[in-house]
Design a protein around this ligand. Structure first.
Ligand code: 6PG
Length: 632
């Protein structure tokens, strides 16, 4: 077992950049063992290079694997330093394979002329100068290395490395609200040395970071700041900084304020619920400044952030790799102990997927609210309802079902707390954006829209009070005649439709925006840590490997067919009794509509053509030609 506090420092760069010199000097100063990668070449390799032929990828494979094993062995008991050219990304992947969290890179960087000059003066070496060009031809600059100019003296370089690795933090967090604080504690708990920043607002937010650090022993190593320059300078390069501030203008303000202190190649991660379109704009803007940007959806609320959230990062894949060890360490783990964090795709796709997560969440919440209405209307009190819901956990369990049971059992003095809560549902925008996105993409995400509009309707409290008097709905529920199992079936039916629509929205967005998204993997990272984790989500993982359309999966076809009669009955009973169930009824309507081969949309087309000459296609002409009729 590798000690996670141990580190291997790889010093990389082309031949002649001084890797061995720096490695030895650093090894002396830090009292750490040093290994020169050159000493691990086989005789054949040395002969090959000495004869002026450079090694190919196959040759290098064995050598890099040996160095990886060396690093792993050292890490069991010790830190160490290894010099190795590691010119390509895939070589570095091989070197750090399995020890990603323990590796630090130093890239000794110089121009070919600079290196050429130095090689002329170096002691005899098996690598002829003629091979230098081939090295410069293939080198891929690393995204995750401390880059140092070889123009500096060895002492200066070693001083820089020590400064960076010994005293600086590996990850920074901006914004110490509930989520920012929980993520900070999560990172610190996992052994990362972090820097934390919260703005200073006189009289309102003073010494927030410092006071937060003082509150928790686990933060004893953390570096607290309330000014950005010090915060940025306290971080190892390339800096990895997570913004946990309110979505919207606050993000842009922080970005503007921090840019002057950042260096090329630094990485900002927006962990808030940002709009995916803004994420793409910020990504492009920061790219123009040579700063990387990752838009990461983070789900799980305060508890998830603290103990393991589900994380949905989008942006450049190679940049994700740099922050991957941090995100994967703090993320929740799925049933196979894999992290509930995975690279989603380009640009704003991470925030898009989080937005759809929230859309699904809105529907799941609304369905449970409708279940509450129905079960009340069939004559149950809150204690009975929570008992019924508890019995649903067997087979239909979810985080939201679980918290609903707890909420229904919460007392406020002698009364139930739920009865004292004003029935006006708030929102912070993600359900709204999901509905807008669905409309823009032309995707029928009708349940998300229904759940959103149900929240909006709830806000018209005054109107509802007045209209209830006018329409005389005083006796709701008295006639509802339903079995609890029917309600459960209708609930499960609606949830399947909800999950179909959510994943369909993601799949359609992926086609339009040309994102290469993996739906099964998205379902997997939603099996733990997030608000919509559930038994159902776990079954989706395998099904989405086979198809993007869960409605054609045979096991779902069977389930839907057996649940639908209950859904029909529940909905018709509710409608006859004037009980509002917008999501339940939309689920049934949607499937009825979506499984109708010949619809009356032909009339819509005819009407459009009648008043606007919008033309129509004919079912007896498969050339897809458009027709217009003079209807008068
Ligand atoms: C989560 C939640 C979280 C929050 C949203 C929804 O995944 O942890 O979705 O992000 O609850 O902000 O909030 P609204 O209901 O206020 O829109």
């Amino acid at each position: 077992m590798i000690n996670r506090d141990h580190t291997v420092i790889f010093i990389m760069g082309t031949s002649g950049t001084g890797k061995s010199t720096i490695g030895k000097l650093l090894s002396k100063e830090l009292s750490l063992p040093f290994f020169d990668g050159d000493d691990f070449h086989s005789k054949e390799h040395i002969q090959k290079m000495a004869s002026g032929v450079s090694l190919d990828d196959d040759d290098r494979f064995g050598w890099l694997t040996r160095l990886n094993e060396l690093a792993k062995n050292q890490l069991i008991t010790n830190n160490c330093i290894i010099a190795c050219s590691a010119l390509k990304e895939k070589y570095r992947d091989l070197l750090s394979n399995g020890i990603e969290k323990n590796v630090k890179w130093v890239f000794l960087n110089g121009s070919i002329d600079q290196v050429h000059e130095r090689l002329k003066n170096r002691e005899p070496h098996f690598m002829p100068i003629t091979l230098l060009k081939s090295q410069f031809d293939i080198i891929e600059a690393p995204n995750n290395a401390l880059q140092i100019d070889i123009g500096l003296s060895p002492e200066e370089i070693v001083h820089l490395i020590k400064e960076e690795f010994l005293n600086k933090a590996v990850f920074g967090l901006i914004g110490l609200g509930v989520m920012g604080k929980s993520l900070s504690l999560n990172l610190a708990k996992n052994g990362f040395k972090i820097s934390i920043y919260n703005r200073h607002v006189s009289g309102l937010e003073e010494n927030v970071a410092l006071n937060f650090k003082k509150e928790y022993d686990v933060l004893s190593d953390a570096l607290p700041f309330d000014e950005l320059e010090g915060f940025v300078n306290s971080l190892q390069k390339p800096r990895k900084i997570m913004l946990m501030v309110n979505a919207g203008n606050a993000i842009d303000m922080v970005i503007e304020n921090i840019i002057p202190y950042l260096s090329e190649g630094d990485i900002l991660i927006d962990g808030g619920n940002s709009n995916y379109i803004h994420t793409k704009e910020r990504f492009d803007y920061l790219k123009s400044k040579k700063i990387h940007f990752i838009g990461a959806g983070v789900s799980g609320g305060e508890e998830g952030a603290l103990n393991g959230p589900s994380i949905m990062p989008g942006g450049d894949k190679d940049i994700y790799k740099v922050v991957q060890p941090f995100l994967e360490t703090i993320a929740a783990k799925d049933e196979n102990n894999l992290p509930c964090s995975a690279y989603i795709g380009n640009e704003g796709s991470g925030h898009f997927v989080k937005m759809v997560h929230n859309g699904i969440e809105y529907v799941e919440m609304q369905l449970l609210a409708e279940v509450l209405s129905i079960l009340k209307a069939t004559g149950n009190n809150l204690a009975q309802i929570s008992t019924i819901l508890k019995s649903w956990k067997l087979g239909s369990d979810s985080y939201l079902l679980d918290i609903t049971i707890k909420i229904l059992r919460k007392k406020d003095g002698e009364d139930w707390l739920i009865d004292k809560i004003m029935d006006k549902a708030g929102n912070k925008g993600t359900g709204n954006w999901a509905t807008i996105a669905a409309a823009q993409l032309g995707v029928p995400s009708t349940l998300i829209a229904s759940a959103l509009f149900a929240r909006y309707t709830s806000f018209y409290k005054e109107d509802r009070i007045n209209l209830q008097k006018k329409y005389g709905k005083e006796h709701i529920g008295l006639h509802l005649d339903l079995l609890n199992d029917e309600v459960l079936n209708a609930y499960q039916f609606s949830r399947i439709i909800n999950h179909y629509q959510g994943f369909n929205l993601i799949s359609e967005a992926a086609k339009t925006y040309k994102w290469d998204l993996n739906l099964s993997e998205i379902a997997r990272i939603w099996t733990n840590g997030c608000i919509i984790k559930s038994d159902l989500m776990r079954t989706m993982v395998a099904i989405l490997k086979e198809t993007d359309n869960i409605l054609i999966d045979e096991s779902f076809v069977k389930q839907i067919k057996s649940l639908k009669p209950s859904a029909n009955h529940v909905i018709s009973q509710c409608i006859m009794n004037e009980l509002a169930i917008p999501c339940f009824s939309e689920a049934v309507n949607f499937l009825n509509n979506f499984s109708t081969a010949n619809s009356t949309a032909n009339l819509i087309q005819a009407q459009r053509d009648y008043f606007g000459a919008h033309t129509y296609q004919r079912i007896d002409d498969d050339t897809e030609k458009f027709y217009h009729t003079d209807w008068k």
